[in-house]
Design a protein around this ligand. Structure first.
Ligand SMILES: Nc1ncnc2c1ncn2[C@@H]1O[C@H](COP(=O)(O)OP(=O)(O)O)[C@@H](O)[C@H]1O
Ligand SMILES: [Mg+2]
Length: 456
């Protein structure tokens, strides 16, 4: 029995029973003590008043009168002479009473209780000595039955037991309710999380409650959904990778087959050249995948340094501009002096990637621009082209891994669809953002925003 409701129920039982016991002890000792003391005092007072009468008139007549008086009351009386011989008593007079007055009591003038224990004796007994001028003439014994006290105690005890029993029953009911409303849902949730962790997608039964358990159920549900989505993404990604690898391999094998046939040397060279290109693409794809894997495992270190962004961009511009010219496209550079804290190598990789995309997706005579502008505390870097643009429906997915707008055509142009997802990852690791604005047929602009400072 390790469940919560049982523990709570047991705690409840323990606390309530403890309170019961404390109350009972107080009641029992306090009430009972007072009651018995009162009884003893009253008994002694009654005995003393008989004694007072007998001190004045110690004769048969008065003795009989005293006995008569007590025979009507619940208390009993017995009077002895100085040698403890019984002179008179009220009826009924039991053997036990006789036993009580056998010995001379050791009492002083005021009288005393000689039997005060209510528990084991049927009577409380007091003795009041009768004097005649300093000489002891005899004793007045008073008896009060203890049965009523014992019945009071019995009543108290049985009531206490009843209360304890009710508490016990209440605790069982409490445990039952706690278990229905707390433990069972928790056990259910536990079972469900177990199944989720074993890889089963499990709809979490909606616990429609506005308390912590309801919240827990809701968050387990969203956890399970996230997990499911991740699993699906991973599977899709693996399937895409398999596909990406298979296609170039098929080409490689095909061209190699042709190249090994007896064909003329010029043709063979052509095919070998294609094989080399395909192999390079494959190598690039594997390299990019490896980079992404490192990013996912957080093993991708970004070492930031303060870099003059205008100088970095000029450097890139000078390197890549001849490629644009070769393809009869123009590249423009519009910059302002500015600092930014970036990983130079990674950041250049992003710019090259974006420029490469722009180059691939513009026609002859097209124009691409690199533009660096400063805003308050940030710098904005835009790479725009007036090329084919991206269809509206593809824009939201452009940064996803392996996503390409035109699968067949871009394959020929050598894209893996990983470039932008790597770029996004790198920019975000820099604490920046990258977004795209594009219109089909008009052109595309990628805008990177990172923290930086202007140089006035
Ligand atoms: N400047 C651009 N103009 C038009 N389409 C673009 C541009 N840049 C990227 N794209 C589209 O986004 C897709 C993903 O780009 P990217 O992740 O770099 O992959 P890749 O270049 O390997 O195809 C490209 O296949 C292309 O369809
Ligand atoms: Mg690319």
């Amino acid at each position: 029995m390790k469940n919560i409701s049982f523990k709570l129920g047991a705690l409840f039982l323990a606390v309530v029973l403890f309170i019961h016991v404390v109350l009972f002890i107080f009641l029992y000792t306090g009430l009972l003590h007072n009651r018995i003391e009162d009884e003893k005092k009253a008994l002694l007072a009654r005995g003393n008043s008989h004694r007072d009468v007998l001190e004045h008139h110690f004769d048969d007549m008065t003795l009989k009168h005293v006995a008569l008086m007590e025979s009507e009351a619940e208390t009993k009386v017995a009077v002895t002479d100085a040698n403890n011989r019984l002179l008179v008593y009220s009826k009924p007079f039991t053997e036990h009473m006789k036993q009580m007055i056998k010995k001379k009591p050791a009492v002083s003038g005021k009288g005393a209780v000689i039997q005060g224990s209510w528990r084991d004796h049927p009577y409380l007994v007091t003795a009041s000595p009768i004097y005649d001028n300093e000489k002891r003439k005899g004793y007045v014994y008073m008896f009060a039955p203890t049965a009523s006290i014992r019945s009071l105690v019995d009543k108290l005890t049985s009531q206490f037991l009843l209360a304890a029993f009710l508490t016990f029953v209440l605790s069982i009911i409490l445990v039952f309710f706690l278990s229905k409303f707390i433990t069972m849902p928790i056990i259910n949730l536990k079972q469900i999380t177990k199944e989720i962790s074993r890889g089963k997608h499990h709809p979490v039964p909606a616990i429609k409650r506005a308390d912590e358990l309801g919240e827990l159920a809701a968050s387990i549900q969203s956890l399970s959904n996230d997990l499911e989505r991740l699993k699906k993404e991973r599977n899709d990604f693996l399937a895409s990778i398999a596909h990406e690898l298979r296609t170039p391999l098929t080409y490689l094998k095909g061209y190699a087959d042709i190249a090994t046939r007896p064909i003329d040397e010029k043709e063979r060279l052509h095919y070998l050249h294609i094989i080399k290109e395909e192999a390079e693409k494959l190598a690039l794809l594997v390299k990019e995948l490896f980079e992404l894997a490192k990013m996912d495992k957080n093993q991708f270190a970004i070492t930031k340094e303060r870099v003059r962004m205008d100088e970095l961009l000029t450097e890139i511009y000078e390197k890549i501009e001849p490629v644009f010219n070769e393809e009869e496209k123009s590249l423009g550079l519009i910059i302002e002096p500015a600092w930014a804290s970036v990983d130079e190598k990674r950041f250049s990789q992003v710019i090259y990637n974006l420029l490469d995309n722009a180059l691939k997706h513009t026609n002859k005579g097209g124009r691409v621009e690199i533009r660096l502008t400063k805003e308050k505390g940030t710098i904005k870097l835009a790479i725009s082209d007036n090329g084919e643009g991206i269809p509206k429906e593809d824009v939201p997915y452009i940064f996803e891994r392996l996503y390409r707008v035109d699968k067949s055509r871009s394959r020929l142009r050598g894209g893996s669809g990983l470039g932008l997802s790597i770029a996004k990852e790198i920019i975000e690791r820099h604490g920046g953002t990258i977004r795209v604005q594009s219109q089909s047929g008009k052109g595309t602009t990628f805008i990177i925003t990172i923290r930086g400072e202007a140089i006035e």
